[in-house]
Design a protein around this ligand. Structure first.
Ligand code: 5AD
Length: 474
């Protein structure tokens, strides 16, 4: 059978989609290749959120087509995901070496389409149609039972699409309308992962706090089996919680699961029921990635974000009250059209006020057909660069100070596996989502360990496990 190499650009949703495609192909007998140079099929799973992400994937495909196809003319080349969805046939017109373009609702057809191409039945395939029920098709995982590759953490897709229509964002057009899987379906997948040794699950969606909002007649609840299985006395909620909180409760019930994360929520969806869930559900770790995008009310309004700076700050205050020490990260866009010096100063002051553990900064990028692309006062690149550098310096300074406060403290980590950069070290994460490097070995993989933090690196902590005992030795 042919071998396949999938390269992923962009967010965790894309990582998850690629894994599901890889698992689907492995189930059909394909082998996974370690690089594009030795693969019979090369698939690029693309991102459209900023122009440079698109350019990277296009350049990569040009290089592959030039270098690899020359020596091995039968290699099959394909684009998957968001840019495939938004550009479709245009990608083949521009890069005639490309054989396959699969949109965001058709990942599950990858194996069929490759079969057709290998069988010579079809030459080029473009499928970017909508598909009913596609939110339930990202479910396969690479759980091959190989001890060295055993995953401790896993991502589970709970929904697809976005209805927020932030004026800068292409996602509603590449991912379509919000559609949620049922709790029964999601819990079933989580249970299976846990039975394979997974200890930590991250629930994924474009806006997870909108989970279940658009399903007719509470279809997100799923079968009555799950409803009978929860809520238990531990998770019982005093008043009707949102669908998302009910999903958290149901996942929380899974025996053997140690930690629950989710990404990304929208500040608009951070109701008191969710804040309260942090206080009530011990497996829900004290960590939140809460994209703010700007500190200026005027810009937030132009962005169509649906909250004010004051409301955002209030949510953070409530979260910190519910879970002291909660790690808070954010996304911020620099240089949105019309952003004045005063607006930018508001973003700087918000960062000083909230003190994010870290924030991902994005230079505003005009996206096709989004309302912001047609707004007046698009800012010059130099100004965006300059503001980006200033904000980055501030975010780094605050982050460094925060990370230094961990030195000398004892923290619980879940050991995930060897560090990619330095395989003699193991990596783990604290509950508040800090990466910790430690001198450990394979036998620590999957363990919850208490370590003492000895020093910091750039957004990294170094832990010493020798100081305290391991969980299994207590
Ligand atoms: N330009 C720059 N950044 C963007 N993001 C989304 N759209 C754009 C854009 N047009 C950022 C937002 C979002 C993150 C995933 O990408 O900050 O939270």
């Amino acid at each position: 059978m042919p071998s396949v190499y999938i390269k992923t650009y962009g967010c965790q949703m894309n990582e998850r989609d690629s894994e599901a495609v890889a698992a689907q192909l492995v189930a059909k007998g394909y082998r996974l290749a370690p690089s594009e140079h030795v693969a019979d099929v090369v698939l690029l799973n693309t991102c459209s959120v900023r122009d440079n992400a698109e350019q990277k994937a296009i350049n990569k495909m040009e290089n592959i087509a030039g270098a690899i196809r020359k020596d091995r003319p039968n290699v099959v080349l394909g684009f998957l995901g968001c840019m495939a969805q938004s550009r479709g046939q245009e990608l083949i017109d521009r890069l005639p070496d490309v054989d396959l373009v699969i949109g965001t609702q058709k990942f599950h057809r990858a194996a069929d389409y490759l079969d057709e191409i290998f069988a010579g039945k079809r030459d080029k395939i473009v499928d970017i149609a909508e598909e009913q029920g596609s939110e339930g098709t990202i479910r396969e995982h690479l759980l091959n039972g190989n001890a060295r590759d055993k995953s401790v953490t896993a991502f589970v897709s709970i929904m697809q699409g976005c209805n927020q229509y932030c004026t800068f964002c292409i996602v509603p057009y590449t991912r379509g309308e919000e559609r949620s899987r049922s709790i029964a379906d999601i819990v079933g997948e989580c249970r299976q992962l846990v039975s394979h040794g997974v200890k930590e699950i991250t629930l994924l969606g474009q806006i997870v706090t909108s989970y279940g909002r658009r399903e007719k007649r509470d279809a997100w609840r799923g079968t009555s089996d799950v409803n009978r299985a929860f809520p238990s006395p531990v998770t019982r909620h005093p008043s009707p919680a949102s669908a998302f909180v009910q999903l958290l409760e149901a996942v929380h019930e899974i025996d053997g699961l140690q930690r629950i994360r989710f990404t990304s929520p929208h500040p608009k969806g951070y109701g008191d029921d969710l804040v309260e869930a942090y206080a009530r559900l011990p497996k829900l770790v004290e960590s939140a990635h809460l994209p703010v995008q700007s500190g200026s009310d005027r810009v937030l309004k132009l962005m169509h974000r649906g909250y004010t700076r004051a409301r955002y700050v209030e949510i953070i205050r409530k979260l910190r009250a519910a879970r002291p020490g909660i790690g808070i990260t954010s996304d911020i866009i620099v240089g949105f059209p019309g952003e004045t010096d005063a607006d930018f100063a508001e973003t700087l002051s918000l960062c000083r006020e909230v003190e994010f553990d870290n924030a991902y900064l994005f230079k505003y990028s005009q996206r096709k057909d989004t309302p912001a692309a047609a707004m007046p006062d698009q800012l010059p690149e130099e100004l965006i660069e300059e503001r980006h550098a200033r904000l980055l310096a501030l975010v780094n300074e605050i982050g460094k100070r925060k990370y230094e406060t961990f030195i000398g403290r004892q923290m619980q980590i879940l050991v995930e596996g060897p560090s990619k950069r330095n395989p003699v070290r193991m990596t783990g994460r604290t509950r508040c989502n800090k990466l910790v490097l430690l001198d450990g070995s394979e036998r620590h993989r999957g363990q919850l360990m208490d370590v003492k933090i000895t020093r910091t690196g750039s957004f990294t902590l170094y832990g010493d496990p020798a100081v305290v005992g391991f969980e299994d030795e207590k």
